[in-house]
Design a protein around this ligand. Structure first.
Ligand SMILES: NC(=O)c1ccc[n+]([C@@H]2O[C@H](COP(=O)([O-])OP(=O)(O)OC[C@H]3O[C@@H](n4cnc5c(N)ncnc54)[C@H](OP(=O)(O)O)[C@@H]3O)[C@@H](O)[C@H]2O)c1
Length: 318
């Protein structure tokens, strides 16, 4: 197939585009910054294109000759003119319209678990807005209307994530002392390659047309437990200081003013709801997702084979 992947240079995108290219697909990846896409450069069937996906005619040019479009564009906090509404709500609507015009058969869209128009954070509300734009499409693959498939993952981990790697970095910097907002919020972290597999299986599969898939890993854990597991695998000291909500809000306000916004009030609000699945999208796609404990040592641990085997055994014994 010919596939255009928006957001294909990011954490999930790089893994997905690589896999699709290895599967024999031809993949077009627009980016604002070609240098960001180093890893994709070596793949013969990947065409990197410098493009601004928000420019009026960019999408119809990008989607020419494409059978499918995948949208992974997303931000955790607004910055430099990029609002949640523009990125998560308007863009999916424009993608659908351009895909329709270009005769694209399927649009696969990355949303987020907890996307809801009544959600506490702008991030989650804007993701719900994007889903609503796409759901306006009928669940068919009629010539004039692309079929739509939506994915709602919990937090995603893997080599190059900004979750476990960021916590490991913070623990290193602070000798293990970590003031943590909403330490009891529950997550079901899913491995990036399982997310990639979900997209692969849904691609071109009629059964996925018009569907929403919630994607969760097999382990439900609190944020505190996730940090402790990261510390254990990376062999770092870990002393979590759970923050009361008032202090966590203040932390969000202050850190939201720092360059790069490492944490924000909106991030805090997203953390006030659990991020666990209500239905098993992986099972519906025939995927058995990997345990976090089995994967983390491959990129966070040291090269101590015994440690890695012990962790794998513990997972297998469960
Ligand atoms: N990672 C997670 O834990 C997680 C969990 C749930 C849902 N998601 C969703 O999954 C998707 C992918 O996440 P990710 O972790 O792979 O994100 P990422 O690494 O931050 O990558 C984001 C991608 O979006 C593009 N992008 C960012 N800002 C843009 C802008 N202003 N205009 C155009 N393109 C822009 C970037 O492209 P260029 O910089 O190359 O232009 C990049 O390829 C997102 O929609 C995210 O909300 C992620």
């Amino acid at each position: 197939m010919n596939i255009c992947v928006l957001g294909g240079t990011g954490f999930v995108g790089t893994e997905l585009v690589t896999r699709l290219a290895l599967d024999g697909h031809w993949v077009r990846v627009p980016t604002r910054n070609l240098a960001r896409a180093q890893r994709l450069r070596v793949l013969d069937t990947v065409e990197l294109r410098a493009a601004d996906v928000h420019a009026p005619t960019a999408l119809s040019q990008l989607f020419a000759d494409c059978d499918a479009v995948i949208n992974l564009v997303g931000i955790l906090n607004p910055r430099r003119g990029a609002s949640f509404h523009a990125m998560h709500t308007e863009l999916p609507g424009r993608i659908l319209a351009a895909a329709r015009g270009a005769g694209v058969r399927q649009v696969l869209h990355m949303s987020a678990l907890g996307a809801d128009e009544r959600a506490p954070s702008q991030y989650l509300r804007s993701k719900a807005g994007g889903e609503a734009q796409l759901r306006a499409a009928p669940p068919s693959s009629a010539h004039t209307q692309p079929a739509v498939t939506i994915f709602r993952p919990s937090v995603i981990f893997g080599a190059g994530d900004s979750l476990t790697n960021r916590f490991a970095k913070l623990l290193r910097l602070t000798a293990g002392f970590l003031p943590l907002a909403r330490a009891r919020t529950r997550f079901a972290p899913i491995h990036v390659l399982d997310v990639v597999e979900a997209f692969r299986r849904a691609l071109g599969a009629r059964v996925s047309f018009g569907r929403i898939y919630q994607l969760c890993g097999p382990d439900v854990m609190t944020l505190g437990e996730l940090v402790r597991l990261t510390a254990r695998v990376a062999r770092l000291p870990c002393h979590i200081v759970p923050l009361p909500d008032a202090a966590a809000r203040l932390q969000g306000l202050v850190m939201g003013l720092l360059p790069g916004k490492p944490f924000s009030l909106d991030n805090f609000r997203s953390l006030t709801v659990d991020c666990v699945c209500q239905e098993d999208g992986c099972a519906r796609l025939g995927i058995e997702p990997q345990h976090m404990e089995a994967v983390l040592p491959s990129y966070l641990g040291d090269d101590d084979t015994e440690t890695q085997l012990a962790l794998l055994r513990r997972t297998a014994d469960r």
